[in-house]
Design a protein around this ligand. Sequence first.
Ligand SMILES: Cc1cc2nc3c(=O)[nH]c(=O)nc-3n(C[C@H](O)[C@H](O)[C@H](O)COP(=O)(O)OP(=O)(O)OC[C@H]3O[C@@H](n4cnc5c(N)ncnc54)[C@H](O)[C@@H]3O)c2cc1C
Length: 688
Amino acid sequence: MTHRVHRRFLASRVRTKKEIWRPDLSFHITKCNDTIIIEYSITTHSIQFVSIANHLQASAPVTFAAPNIFRFMFAARLRQQSLVLRPLTRSYSSIQKMAPKAAKRKAESAPKTSTKEVKRRKSTGSYEDELRKPHPWAKLAEENGIVQRKYYPPEMSTDRARAYIEEGLLRPMEELVRMQREYSEAINKVPDGDAMVHWFKSDLRCSDNKALSLASARAQEAGVPLIAVYLVSPQDFEAHITAPIRVDFILRTLKVLQDDLSKLDIPLYIETVDKRKQLPNRLMELMDEWGANHLFANLEYEVDELRRERGIIKSLADKGKSFQVVHDTCVVAPGELKSGSGNQYAVYTPWYRSWVAHIHNNLDLLELFDSPAKNPAKTRATLKHLFGCDIPSAPKGKTLTAEETKRFHAMWPCGEHEARKRLDKFCDERIGEYDDKRNIPSHAGTSNISVHLAAGTISARTCVRVARDRNKSKKLDGGLQGIQTWVSEVAWRDFYRHVMVRWPQVCMNKPFKPEFANVEWVYNEDHFKAWCEGKTGYPIVDAAMRQLNHTGYMHNRCRMVVASFLSKDLLLDWRKGERYFMENLIDGDVPSNSGGWGWSAGVGVDPQPYFRIFNPLRQSERFDPDGDYIRKWVPELKGLTNKEIHEPYGRGAGDKAKKNGYPKPVVEHAAARNRALAAYKAATTSDM
Ligand SMILES: Cc1cc2nc3c(=O)[nH]c(=O)nc-3n(C[C@H](O)[C@H](O)[C@H](O)COP(=O)(O)OP(=O)(O)OC[C@H]3O[C@@H](n4cnc5c(N)ncnc54)[C@H](O)[C@@H]3O)c2cc1C
C-alpha cells in the first residue's frame, strides 16, 4: 500500500532523480494526506549523504538498523527535507558498502568533485572530525585578512567544501527551512499581541517590500499598530566588510525611511547593538517591551544571516512567538529552478532560460507588494517614544572624512524615491541603447542602480517589472534588445543568490570549484598595493581602480578587467581583491561580488575558464578606444595620443609618462600569463 501511495506522491512532487540516503539520521515520521513522510534531523552525527539511485531498483529485502523504522528505505529526498518511505530493497550493510561507488554519481550541473573525500571518509571512520580540520593553508588566509578570525573559524578544508557540493553537509538554508517546518504549527497559533513588528535589514524601502507588506496586512487585520525596527550592528559591518561609503549610504537612507514611515504613523525604532551575537536577544526584548508576538523580515541569503534567522525562529517559537522570514530579494526564490536532472544550475544560460520560463508561467512574481497602510491615528500618542529616533553616526572604523562625506553625498543621493527616479530615467532615456553601450566605461550606459539594490531601496522585482512594462513585448526574452539584455543582467543578481544558497561555501572564502583552493597564490604586498592604488602601469586597470577609490563604484567591464589582472597577471589571491572591493564599493553585495570574482578569477560558478586570460591592452583598446576613460582617471596620461595611452611605455610615450610620474608596468603580461597558466594547471592536478 505504502509503495503505491509513494509512487503517486513521487510522481507529483519529486523533481529529482538524485536519490539520497544517509545512515545516521534521526527521524520524525508524519502523515501528510495519504503519504507518509520522513523528516530527518542532523543534530548530532557526522553527515554523509550518499546517492543510491541505482540501488533503488534492486529487490533484496532488508532489515533497517534504526529501531522504530520499519522495513523501509528512502526513495527520495524532497525539496524541503521530506523523505518518502519506500519498502526496503537491499540490506543496510550492503548499501553501506556500496555507498562510495554511488557517491561518484554524475552531478550534471554541479562542480566536478573528486572521490577522494569519500575514500578518506571510509578509511578514517571519523568523517565529522575530519571535516572540521582547517585548510592546510588556513594560516595564510588569516594573515592576509581573508578570514577574519575575530568572527569566523579558520578557512575550511577543501573536503568540507566538497561535502557541501556532494550534499554531505546540510546547507544553512535547509536548516532554516527545517526549523520553519518544525515550528509551523505552533507559529500558526500565536495570538496577535499588541503590535506587529517589521525588522528592516537590507530592504530599506516601503514600496514592494514583501515582509513589510505582510506585517502591515496582519497589523490591519488584528487592529494593532505596525512597528518598524532597524538595529545597527557595528560588528556585522566589520565582519561583513561593509565599506564606510556603504555604511554612510545605509545610515542616510534610514532617515528617508523614517520620514516615509512617519507619514503613515509607523515608527522606525533605531538602536545600536554593540555585540552582533546580542542582536537576536535585543530584538526579542524589544518585542516583549512592545507586547509584540509577530516578527516579520525578508531573507538574506548569506550564511551568517540564515543561521541567525534560524536561531531567532526557534527562540521566538520557544517563547510562543512567531518569526516569519520570507523570500523577497530575488525575483525567483532560490531553489525554485532545477535542471532536468533535478540539480541547481551551475551554468548561467540554461538557468536564465529557466528563470524566464518560470516567470512567464508565474506572472504573479512580477506583481508588486502593497506599501504599508497607515497605523491607527492614536499610535503617535501611544508609541510616542518610538518616533523620531536619532540616526546613529557611523561606528568606529566606518567613518568618512568631511571631504569624502561631501563628495559621496553629492554623488550618491539615497532613499527609495531617488532609486525609483533613477530607474525611470534609465528606462526612459538609456535602456534602449543598453545592449550597445553597456560595455563602454566612459559612457553612462548602465543604470547605476546597484547601490539601491544592495541597500534594498528598490527591489529587483520592481526593476524587472518596470523594464518589462516599457517593452513592446510582455515576454522578458522578447521585444527591444536593450530591455532584454538589461533584464538578463538583473537576473545575474538572482543567479548568484541561487548559487550561494545551494553552495554556501562560496560565502565562506572558498572557490566554487574546489580544486582551485590549491592554487599557489603569490602574496606580494607591493603588487597588491600598486593594484589598490591604481599604479600598476596598466592604464585601464589603474583608471578603474582610481574610479573605485574616488567614487565607491566601478564599471562592470572594468571590474572584470581588474579582477582578472589581480588573479592572473599578478597571481594574487583573488580573495584579497574580493575583500578590497567589499571594503570600498558602495554597492558591495556578497553574492554578486563573490560571483564576479569567481568568474573573473576562473574559480567560480560558470567562470571564464582559467586559460582564457584577459589581455589588459586588448580590453583597453576595445572598450576605451579613444582613451576617454583612462584620461578621466589617470591625468598623468592626459596628453598622450589615442594609441599611446593604452600602453605608454610600449608605444614610445615612456618619457612623457615617466615625467608625469606614471609607473612602468609591474609585470609583463605575456610572462605573467604563462606563470598563471602553470599555477592554475598545477592546482587542478594537486592532491591537497
Ligand atoms: C569582480 C566583480 C565584482 C562585482 N561586485 C559586485 C558587487 O559587489 N555588487 C554588485 O551589485 N554587483 C557586483 N558586480 C556586478 C556588476 O559589476 C555590477 O552589478 C554593475 O556594475 C552595477 O552597475 P549598474 O547598476 O549600472 O549595472 P547595470 O548594468 O545597469 O545592471 C543592472 C543590475 O543588474 C545586476 N547586475 C548586472 N551585472 C551583474 C553581474 N555581473 N553580477 C550580478 N549582478 C549584476 C546589478 O544588480 C545591476 O545593478 C561585480 C562584478 C564583477 C566582475
